[in-house]
Ligand binder design. Structure first.
Ligand code: BG6
Length: 466
């Protein structure tokens, strides 16, 4: 059976600056949270590979852009590193800016739209030392960074995004405590989440102002990229299970959806956090007016796996902090055993329909989706080509559900695959390879297409697949 996507549906690549560029000490780049963390604790990283090399895109960007073009991709999302663009006084670093000019010009010359994301978990080290997102001054510093970037590149970048997955830092660093500073404290986590939300809103306000002044491209748009996951629970749930679903959805999904679509935070979530759980959010007079400016033009939806939750064992932990839910293992789940993530393509449909229902005026695109596999060498044929049929199946199954969502009225405009060219990833380093293109770490970071590259090339050319 042939599945057809709309004619103007676009395919593109999602990556990020800190995971690809490398060249960590070139051209006046400052050190980031990840460089600090790598120095401090290299064994927190898979195979002790820290943040320094990325996949060497700093030097290979021309080859990489041509590669994306050859795959028939129309767009490329990366992120601008705060550490590369600005100096420690928050002023433009001309050498850093020069490299981003080269990257953007190269993409434009090749007919690839840059989707420029302004933050991908990569706080400058000197700001981490001032408290990072816990400090309201950092919120202002971020808004300044975005403003300078838009002033510098506004005439050549049309599509801007404030954050990638803003829920990840609060959760990984302050709630689950799996990334430095390894805290498990809901109060810290919700306040970091809140400050990032304000930072997003101030950046959108800067975008709107520059746009009104005619300083941005014709048709320029601003968006936010979120990892959304539909929360499911067990069959025949108890009221407590449903409550766990409500608050998981509230903190992970609706928190952001309400800001970007409606310009405020979900009241039921605030009521639960502040009144029932007695956790204070450091809100200040005037914040509501800032939140009201957070509405975006479109939305990026990253989807990897669903969230399955049930009621927690107790409502509060030993420190009196709330427990929101505990994982529910669905007996029928199918796993990506390498990454430890469930594969559930229908989730992309369910959440797409949720966006349609809750934010009917907000167009979206799939901004990340992908399959990371450890040890892909074992799938290499005699020519060294990775025979990644599993990746083809993964993408095809997700595209099929996207096509169905579009058929049922979802305003989904395109699909960006995550990590088209293998890249470095946070504590997992090069453990899980996502690319349609392999990066040969022991051969000068050489690029080599996998089997899936030919498949996606044809899908992106025709907008249909079998
Ligand atoms: C996404 C992030 O959530 O997951 C990416 O935006 C990340 O930065 C990707 O690389 C895959 O994660 P991992 O840990 O499997 O590499």
């Amino acid at each position: 059976m042939t599945i057809k996507l709309p004619k103007d549906f676009f395919f593109g690549a999602a990556m990020s600056g800190p995971q690809t560029e490398g060249a960590w000490n070139v051209g006046g780049r400052l050190r980031s949270y990840w460089d600090m963390y790598s120095d401090q604790e290299i064994n927190a990283f898979f195979n002790n590979v820290g943040s320094y090399v990325g996949n060497d895109m700093y030097h290979k960007y021309e080859e990489d852009i041509k590669l994306l073009k050859s795959l028939n991709f129309k767009s490329f999302r990366t992120s601008m590193q705060w550490t590369r663009l600005l100096d420690q006084d928050g002023k433009l670093n001309p050498e850093g800016a020069a490299w981003y000019h080269k990257l953007i010009d190269c993409a434009n010359e090749n007919g690839i739209d840059i989707f420029m994301n302004m933050y991908h978990f990569d706080m400058p080290e000197y700001l981490v030392k001032r408290g990072g997102w816990q400090n309201r001054e950092v919120v202002e510093a971020y808004a300044n960074f975005v403003k300078i970037a838009m002033e510098e590149f506004g005439d050549k970048v049309k599509y801007w995004f404030t954050f990638n997955e803003p829920i990840v830092e609060p959760e990984q660093q302050f709630l689950h405590g799996v990334w430095y500073p390894y805290q498990k404290d809901f109060k810290q986590s919700i306040n970091v989440q809140y400050n990032i939300t304000l930072a997003h809103c101030l950046a959108v306000a800067n975008f709107r102002k520059l746009k009104a002044e005619g300083k941005l491209c014709e048709g320029a748009k601003i968006g936010m990229i979120n990892c959304f996951a539909p929360p499911y629970t067990k069959e025949n749930p108890t009221p407590e299970d449903l409550e766990a679903v409500r608050m998981t959805d509230g903190l992970h999904n609706r928190w952001w959806l309400d800001v970007v679509a409606h310009g405020h935070l979900p009241q039921d979530v605030l009521d639960t956090v502040e009144n029932d759980w007695k956790v204070e959010i450091n809100r200040r007079p005037g914040d509501e007016a800032i939140l009201a400016q957070g509405k975006v033009d479109w939305l990026g939806f990253n989807y990897y796996q669903p969230t399955r939750v049930q009621a927690p064992d107790s409502k509060f932990d030993e420190n009196g902090l709330p427990c929101i839910s505990k994982p529910y293992i669905w007996p029928e789940r199918k796993m990506n055993v390498y990454r430890g993530w469930e594969i559930y393509p229908k989730g992309i449909y369910d959440f797409g329909m949720k966006i349609k229902k809750e934010c009917p005026d907000l167009p979206f695109f799939i901004s990340e989706n992908g399959m990371g596999v450890e040890g892909e060498e074992k799938y290499m044929d005699e020519n060294g080509t990775v025979q990644d049929d599993y990746r083809i199946e993964f993408v095809r199954d997700h595209l099929e559900w996207i096509a169905k969502a579009i058929e049922d009225g979802a305003n989904c405009l395109g699909y960006h695959y995550w990590g088209v060219i293998d890249n470095w990833s946070w504590c997992n380093a090069f453990k899980n390879r996502y690319g349609f293109v392999r990066v040969c770490l022991d051969d000068g970071y050489k690029r080599k297409e996998k089997k899936s590259a030919s498949w996606i090339r044809e899908v992106a050319r025709t907008n249909e697949f079998e």
